[in-house]
Design a protein around this ligand. Structure first.
Ligand SMILES: Cc1cc2nc3c(=O)[nH]c(=O)nc-3n(C[C@H](O)[C@H](O)[C@H](O)COP(=O)(O)OP(=O)(O)OC[C@H]3O[C@@H](n4cnc5c(N)ncnc54)[C@H](O)[C@@H]3O)c2cc1C
Ligand code: SF4
Length: 462
């Protein structure tokens, strides 16, 4: 029986070797492995995996095509719901979404849906020239998209398919949002994967203008009133880092994970051919437990530092993807759980020399449902280090809000928008991290797609 086959293990770079390079950790399945893994799927009539996928990809249908060796058909099924399968197959938290609900997971291991999606996405990239483009009938309406992250790209794809003339305006010189400036090369290759999935979006007719900061170069009002756009989607993300507000955060050697990762990824600081400075020190402490913290600590490790995670809750509450935590441990990262920094100590020259922490214990659940950490009085101790990287979450940049009439934000600085993406300003829609605060790639894509539908309905009703 198909479900007696054990989950097919995926090949990966040896941990000791990969901790010294920036090449991709996971090699993915080859054709034979993918077909064997696909044959494990039971093709459920009421597939729980689909209900748990935020964009509702027809998972059993695409997996059936993989098992049959029909990869063009598999790619076409996925592309109906996702424009970034190679990205999502690599970075989605499958264990809490599709794979977390797979019926096979009840008694054994779930189908490796993420690795199969990645396999199909990579195949589609390699065979892009052979895949048919959808027939598009232009409808004469122009839509501006602010930000080229997953929310903006997903919104742009759907609108282009529906016949809209779409232009993405991106502040940075590179396209992809967090996919290019945040998530490291060893998890998500930029040229081989991100750039080529962006190319597929461009093939639908989407135009992308980089180095345009909406709110500085031009405003949303100008896009609507002077430049002839009929609607605007704001997918500007949440790129503003938070700090703890403790003593010593201004010392040399302290930075946000956002800055550290941007230097490494977008500005290629790890590559000797680039001049971008980056300082990982001899012993780097990364504060936080999400994907951003895992990426920062593994980057510091690869730059030669002894690297430590400090997290105030226990391992069970770590918000990072399980695979990233597993990989970080394999690479020799030290985890200090139930530990919270209270002060960063410096030397006489203003450089970090250590971080004073306090032990924590878990108390009653807070509004997030997780047990809240409570400090154990008198348990302070010091960790020697010369670098501290803060990975405590991010908020949206206020620029769009402060330069757009009638656009409301909430107390966290997030744009107020309903489920479909309507904001408080007519003709302006929003989604992704700009609305929810820092979340996930697939949720941002889902929000972009919903907004595309709402924009289509809005413009058809006008
Ligand atoms: C280091 C890191 C690791 C992560 N790891 C994962 C993971 O493993 N799995 C996962 O699912 N999620 C992960 N996430 C979260 C995920 O990447 C985000 O939730 C997602 O990228 C949000 O998409 P978005 O399109 O809303 O915003 P973004 O990806 O942030 O894109 C917004 C874009 O808008 C541009 N922009 C901003 N302001 C303006 C302006 N005024 N004018 C023009 N352009 C503007 C920005 O430059 C950016 O390119 C991670 C995030 C980080 C930072
Ligand atoms: S729940 Fe699991 S077995 Fe059922 S269709 Fe989805 S992937 Fe296949």
């Amino acid at each position: 029986m198909a479900n007696r086959i054990p989950r097919v293990a995926v090949r990966e770079q040896d941990p000791a070797i990969r901790a010294t390079n920036f090449e991709e950790v996971c090699y993915g399945y080859n054709n034979e492995e993918a077909r064997l893994e696909a044959s494990r799927c039971l093709g459920c009539k009421n597939p729980r995996c689909v209900n748990s996928c935020p964009v509702h990809i027809n998972i059993p249908a695409f997996i059936h095509e993989v098992a049959e060796g029909n990869l063009a058909a598999a790619a076409s099924i996925i592309s109906a719901d996702s424009s970034l399968p190679s990205v999502c197959g690599r970075v989605c938290p499958q264990e809490t979404q599709c794979e977390g609900s797979c019926v096979l997971g009840i008694k054994s291991e779930p189908v490796a849906i993420g690795k199969l999606e990645r396999f199909v996405g990579d195949w589609a990239i390699e065979n892009a020239s052979t895949l048919p483009l959808p027939e598009i009938t232009p409808n004469g309406h122009r839509v501006a998209i602010i930000g080229s992250g997953p929310a903006g790209l997903a919104c742009a794809s759907d609108l282009a398919r529906a016949g809209y003339d779409v232009t993405i305006f991106e502040a940075l010189h590179a396209v992809g949002g967090v996919l290019v400036y945040g998530i490291p090369e060893f998890r998500l290759p930029k040229e081989r994967i991100v750039a080529r999935e962006v190319e597929a979006v461009k093939r639908l007719g989407v135009k992308i203008e980089t180095d345009v900061i909406v709110g500085r170069t031009m405003t949303i009002d100008q896009l609507l009133d002077e430049q002839g756009f009929d609607a605007v989607f704001v997918g500007s993300g949440a790129g503003l880092p938070r700090f703890m507000g403790i003593d010593g955060e201004n010392l040399n050697g302290v930075c946000s994970a956002n800055e550290f990762l941007t230097r490494a990824n977008l500005m290629h600081a790890y590559d000797p051919d680039y001049d971008t400075p980056i300082y990982a020190g001899k012993r780097a402490v990364v504060v936080g437990g999400g994907n951003v913290a895992m990426d920062a600590v593994r980057t510091a490790r690869r730059l030669g530092a002894e690297a430590i995670i400090v997290y105030r809750r226990s391992e069970a509450e770590l918000p990072a993807r399980a695979e990233e935590v597993h990989h970080a441990k394999q690479e020799g990262i030290e985890f200090r759980m139930l530990t919270n920094p209270v002060r960063i100590n410096g030397d006489e020259n203003g450089w970090v020399k250590g971080i004073e922490c306090i032990e924590m214990e878990l108390g009653e659940p807070d509004e997030s449902g997780r047990r809240s950490p409570v400090a154990k009085e008198g348990s302070n101790f010091n960790i020697d280090c010369d670098v501290v990287i803060m990975a405590l979450g991010t908020s949206p940049n206020p620029l769009i809000k402060t330069t757009t009439k009638g656009l409301e934000t909430n107390r966290r600085g997030c744009i107020v928008a309903d489920e479909e993406g309507h904001t408080t300003r007519e003709g302006v829609f929003a989604g992704g991290d700009a609305v929810t605060g820092a979340a996930t790639v697939i949720l941002a894509m889902g929000a972009g797609r919903k907004a595309a539908k709402a924009i289509d309905e809005y413009l058809k009703s006008k």
